[in-house]
Design a protein around this ligand. Structure first.
Ligand code: BEZ
Length: 255
């Protein structure tokens, strides 16, 4: 197993901020939820459950959901919905052959040691269990990342060391799954331009901190200002509406 850090530093998870700027994330999870097709009586792990919006929707199927997340504010928000939500580092999943399915939406790209995560998912599943997930794939938010990296670069700051996300190709992730003992049923990259309800400024305020942490406030502001200016021609329309260049990697695999 490779020796890579588990999470990039600098991301602060705040359930209220997330709900304000990123409530489209669970709302756009319906396709991967359909691929999961939860059934009454099943026991399902939601890996990176966030504030539990999608976990609660899955539970309406009659399946029993356990949500895990690495951010205590998110776990508190999920518990406030009455869910069984637990504070767990996804790189050290503590489950042993107890779930019919593991589900994950918009979370796996935050977990940098994908081999450790996939090994834990495999261990969590009963024989024949399924893993259904969607997350940022190769090319995800590429314009946004490039604008941030360029705005750092022109100030002599190396952004590469700060790159906070894992956006694999289908080939790379398929190999990781097969090495862990999964049989892959479907795996695809899906470009999904995503309207941003609170604009690019809201998105950057919620997610760009891993690129910016440790910088003086004035440098931080200048980096954000440049990034916004450089992104506007390609991602902001003539009415001021912003769209993010999301690419999803969606997969279904079984043990
Ligand atoms: C995503 O869902 O693809 C994503 C969200 C925040 C930061 C990076 C990627």
């Amino acid at each position: 197993m490779t020796d890579v850090p588990h999470n990039a530093p600098g991301q602060n998870w705040n359930a209220r901020g997330y709900a304000q700027h990123a409530d489209f994330v669970p709302a756009l999870g319906s396709a991967v939820a359909e691929l999961l097709a939860p059934r009454p009586g099943e026991r399902i792990l939601d890996l990176g459950c966030g504030d539990g919006t999608l976990t609660a929707a899955l539970a309406e199927s009659g399946a029993t959901l356990v949500g895990v997340d690495g951010a205590d504010d998110m776990v508190d928000a999920a518990r406030a919905r009455g869910l069984d939500a637990r504070l767990v580092d996804a790189h050290h999943l503590p489950f042993d052959h107890e779930f019919d399915a593991v589900f994950s939406n918009a979370a796996l790209h935050w977990m940098l040691n994908h081999e450790a995560v996939v090994a834990g998912v495999r261990r969590a599943l009963k024989p024949g269990g399924r893993f259904v997930a969607e997350f940022g794939g190769h090319g995800n938010v590429a314009a946004i990342c490039t604008a941030l990296l360029a705005a750092l670069h022109v100030r002599g700051i190396s952004g590469k060391a700060r790159f906070p996300w894992y956006f694999p190709t289908t080939e790379e992730y398929r190999s990781c799954l097969e090495a862990a003992g999964f049989t892959v049923e479907t795996i695809e990259l899906i470009p999904r331009p995503t309207p941003l309800p609170t604009g690019m400024a809201g998105w950057l305020a919620t997610f760009a901190n891993p690129f910016l942490h440790g910088l003086d406030d004035d440098v931080r502001e200048a980096v954000l200002e440049d990034a916004l200016a450089w992104l506007a021609p390609s991602l902001c329309d003539s009415h001021g509406n912003w769209t993010a260049d999301y690419v999803r990697l969606r997969l279904k695999a079984h043990c």
